[in-house]
Ligand binder design. Structure first.
Ligand code: CTP
Length: 427
């Protein structure tokens, strides 16, 4: 048994295993990110990892001894068994080609590989190595084997590598590794009511071209839509995020489809919704687009832009709702006055299941702010939520989505049962 403190027993446990890649110094930042999210982190390191960064920093910041061998661990006499049992999730940062190969083969010849072999909890692997090693068919086959066994990967990204080469192999961003680990942890320790469901989400602004270098747009940051994508993903959904032009980090495990204009967003959303179980449309879609965008850059000396002819764009929310056939569709109403009145009107006009109403003239609810104060408006209810972070608002909205979807399932089940009873009665 591992010696633990009472405080440790109340927290979620992340076991961070570090192997000897040059990116191992980033494991400290990953640990900090995981701690900031309220988890307790313990660290296991190979001898090569210790050669590169040493244990003192991990020990001081985690508040626990670091396991560096199968013996001599102060909190347990069998650390590979006790630490793998203590963990709610294990994350390997960085995972070298050798570590991945050993996992695929089931080898256990050091404290990291032995702990991983004993680990029955979900495992996240943040791989990092030279491009040629990453592309080697042996590594590809090992990765495929581990994926088929349910191991989660944070794949390396392209960039300049420590060896001087450029290509795929660079450790993914710290924030992506933290995001992936917290997602896998959430799915392992809480319910995943959206497992097996596909949710389509739109986010961000659209750009409506005047010419190849100028466009009309709005101040949407995409924060709310991206937060919703992470919340729905954590609840187990397969998420398709159709994103207008924003500079946001792509959430791990989410299928992001970038679009530019309202017309593109309409086409992609309609196509994706045909295969989906629900939709949450947060995008600040342009309501108008230039009727005659120029195919060349307009020159102010010769082609005066005194007036722009505009045509209305298609309403994606209304069109999706029309095709919904009982599926839950959630829209947003960004208003500056008469919030609830406008929200109720939008609910009716667009024909969706729920409108999330927010007053974008308030500083705690504006485009780009980190918080939001919203009301959830359905045909028979208004639920005002307090000011919360956009991540917390997203979790509430996803909880509400789950409720609304289960009501639909109940209704569908009642209809099925009724039809069944009727047909039995007439037989
Ligand atoms: N929306 C949409 N397609 C459009 C315009 C809006 O799907 N062409 C969606 C938004 O994603 C949001 C909801 O409709 O979920 C409301 O958007 P909002 O900008 O608040 O309202 P509008 O419909 O544009 O109406 P108005 O500008 O008159 O408030």
């Amino acid at each position: 048994m591992l010696h633990t403190s009472p405080n440790e027993a109340r927290m979620r446990h992340v076991l961070l295993l570090a192997t000897g890649g040059i990116a191992v110094y980033k494991a400290v930042e990953v640990m900090r990110g995981l701690q900031k999210a309220g988890t307790d982190v313990r660290v296991v390191m190979t001898a090569d990892a210790c050669n590169m960064v040493g244990t003192a920093t991990f020990e001081a910041l985690s508040g626990h001894p670091v396991a560096t061998s199968l013996y001599d661990y102060p909190d347990s006499s069998i650390p590979h068994i006790d630490l793998s049992a203590w963990a709610d999730v294990a994350v390997v940062v960085p995972a070298t080609a050798n570590c991945i190969a050993k996992m695929a083969q089931g080898l256990a010849d050091d404290v990291v590989s032995t702990t991983l072999l004993a680990c029955e909890k979900p495992i996240v692997i943040a791989a990092s190595m030279n491009t040629r090693m990453w592309n080697n068919p042996a590594t590809r086959a090992n990765v495929a084997t581990l994926v088929s066994r349910g191991v989660h990967f944070v794949y390396p990204v392209c960039g300049a590598l420590a060896c001087g080469d450029t290509g795929a192999g660079k450790l993914a961003d710290v924030s992506t590794i933290v995001d992936a680990t917290l997602c896998v942890l959430a799915q392992a320790t809480t319910e995943v009511p959206l497992e097996g469901k596909t949710v389509v989400i739109t986010a961000g602004p659209t750009h409506e071209a005047l010419d190849p270098v100028r466009y009309i747009s709005n101040a949407s940051s995409g924060k709310m839509g991206y937060a919703l994508a992470r919340a729905a993903r954590n609840a187990g959904a397969r998420v398709v995020l159709i994103s207008g032009p924003v500079t946001r980090e792509i959430p791990w495990g989410v299928n992001v489809i970038p679009v530019t204009s309202a017309a593109q967003m309409y086409d992609v959303t309609m196509a994706e919704f045909s295969q989906a179980d629900a939709a949450i449309l947060t995008a600040a879609v342009a309501d108008y687009t230039p009727a005659h965008p120029a195919d060349h850059k307009l020159k102010k000396a010769f082609e005066k832009l005194n007036q722009i002819d505009l045509v209305q764009t298609k309403d994606i929310l209304a069109s999706v709702s029309k095709q919904a056939q009982g599926r839950v569709v959630i829209g947003f109403a960004a208003e500056t006055n008469n919030l609830l009145e406008h929200a109720r009107l939008k609910l009716k006009q667009k024909g969706c299941t729920m409108i999330v109403a927010n007053d974008v003239s308030c500083p705690d609810s504006s485009f780009g702010s980190d918080t939001n104060r919203v009301a959830l408006v359905t045909s028979n209810n208004v639920e005002q939520l307090p000011t919360m972070s956009k991540d917390e608002v997203a979790t509430h909205i996803v909880d509400k989505l789950v409720q609304l979807m289960s009501k639909d399932d109940d209704a569908a089940h009642m209809v099925d049962t009724f039809v069944q009873l009727m047909s039995e009665a007439t037989e």
